[in-house]
Every structure is written in C-alpha cells, then in structure tokens.
Design a protein around this ligand. Structure first.
Ligand SMILES: Cc1cc2nc3c(=O)[nH]c(=O)nc-3n(C[C@H](O)[C@H](O)[C@H](O)COP(=O)(O)O)c2cc1C
Length: 208
C-alpha cells in the first residue's frame, strides 16, 4: 500500500518545451521535450530544468554548459512531440523536423511562443534526473498564443484503454500511449490505419 496517488501530481501545472543544445565536438544540434521546467528566481533570473540523467540531451548540456528553451504552443503537432520526446538525438537529427535557427550554437524553433537561451550555473544530481539551474541570457516572445500545458497534452494525446482482447499483447502508440483494443488483430489492420487518438500511423506502435 502506498499513500502516493500519481494522479495528484498530474495536477501540478506544467508547460511543454523543446530543450535544445548541441554536441561539443561537432556542434550538431540535439534536443528533447521537457515539462519539468520552471522559473526559480527573478534576480538573478534563473530557470530550473530537470532532465533524465541518461538521455543524450543531458550529456550534451553537461558538456557545453548551455541550453535553449522553445515554448510550445497549443497546436503543436504530434510529429514534433514524437520526434523530440520519444527518439534519441544520439542517432536522430531531430531539428530537421521543423524550421529552426541558431542563437550562437543553440538551436531554437521558429514556430513557437517564446524562446529563451541560458547558461547552466549549477547542476543538482537528484537520482534519475539532473536539475540544471540556468541563468537566462536572452528571452524573446515570438508569437502571442496560448502555451501547451502538460495536462492538455495528456488529455488530448494520452488515452487509457484495455489490453488487446484475449491475446495479452499490448500494441501501444509511442506518441500518445493509446493502447489498441480493437477486435481485429493489430497485425491485420490495413497499412494506412491511423491511431484514433493522435492520428499517427501503424509504424508508431510498439508491442509491449
Ligand atoms: C510530454 C513529454 C514530457 C517529457 N518531459 C521530460 C522532462 O521533463 N525531462 C526529461 O528529461 N525528459 C522528458 N521527456 C522525455 C524526453 O523528451 C525523451 O526521453 C527524449 O527522447 C530524450 O531525447 P534525447 O535522448 O535526444 O535527449 C518528456 C517526453 C514527453 C513526450
């Protein structure tokens, strides 16, 4: 028995961001989706970004000591979230998926609400994540529209459903975590079948 209901934590309001950085050796752009981002002081202006210890973006941020944030709007595509949030920059050039530009060596999305560049001033190892305490170098509003919140992302893209009937297999969409529960076996669905939740193709599903 535990006193922790994870649903309670999902009520903490968070936005969604593309964290950008680059490889020290080659300058190649890297990045990932993060929701664990918050302003933690005003003077000096500091932001905390919590990144998983073992992802490629973390490795690069540790090496170069700087990162960028692109604040995602409500209409962010599932493809962009899939690319940045479910693949590794180690073997994917994620920034090819959307128009971007560079401030120094830091990549920033052209189509987003606001862009921020930061220097890392402290790193706190908290177990499976590292909190990067960052000092804001530049901050600019790109377009005035509503930011995508983590709660909205979960509501519109993640849908719980039951296991595929009888087989014990679970075909799960890697973009939105929808679990296929139709009567036709997943393998027999037509090639142009799309996830009913986020509209991504069959190739985005994995057997779990
Ligand atoms: C909605 C969403 C929120 C996420 N939030 C975080 C986060 O706050 N911190 C983090 O380290 N990873 C987060 N991730 C996971 C990373 O984006 C993911 O592990 C990514 O593939 C890492 O890529 P990289 O290896 O290129 O750095 C999130 C993913 C999604 C889809």
């Amino acid at each position: 028995m535990t006193d922790i209901d994870e649903n309670a934590l999902f009520n903490i309001t968070l936005g969604l961001y593309v964290v950008g950085s680059y490889e020290k050796k080659t300058g190649r752009e890297v990045g990932c989706i993060a929701d664990a981002v918050m302003q933690v002081s005003a003077n000096p202006m500091r932001i905390a970004v919590s990144l998983e210890s073992n992802i490629y973006t973390t490795k690069c941020v540790k090496e170069v000591g700087e990162l960028s944030l692109s604040v995602l709007p409500k209409n962010t595509s599932a493809e962009l979230i899939s690319e940045f949030g479910f693949k590794s920059s180690e073997n994917t050039d994620k920034w090819n998926i959307a128009p971007f530009y560079k401030d120094g060596k830091l990549p920033l999305l052209k189509d987003c609400i606001a862009v921020i560049t930061c220097n890392v001033v402290d790193e706190i190892d908290i177990g499976d994540h590292i909190i990067f305490v960052c000092e804001v170098k530049t901050a600019k509003v790109v377009k005035g529209c509503e930011p995508l919140t983590y709660a909205e992302y979960r509501k519109s893209m993640r849908k719980a459903s039951s296991k595929e009937k009888g087989s014990g297999k679970r075909w799960v969409c890697t973009v939105c975590c929808y679990e296929y529960d139709g009567d036709i076996p997943f393998e027999e669905l037509p090639d142009d079948w799309k996830c009913p939740c986020c509209q991504m193709g069959k190739e985005y599903f994995q057997l779990q």
